[in-house]
Design a protein. Sequence first.
Length: 70
Amino acid sequence: GILYFVYQGALVHALAVNHLTIGQIAQQTTGNGYGWIFYTFPKGFVGTFGAFGDEFVGTALLVGLILAIV
């Protein structure tokens, strides 16, 4: 749920560009695996809110995990 919300723009874009459906994504095999969805440089479809949300959720999960261990 949370990861889909955070990466929804990237997933929808990747599916549209490659003419895939959700069912086909499990069957697709590429030489580089599925890393082409999550590049480390800015994409045009990622807005400020999406980028901030990604960092906020990731940091919150990391802090929550650390506090759970301690």
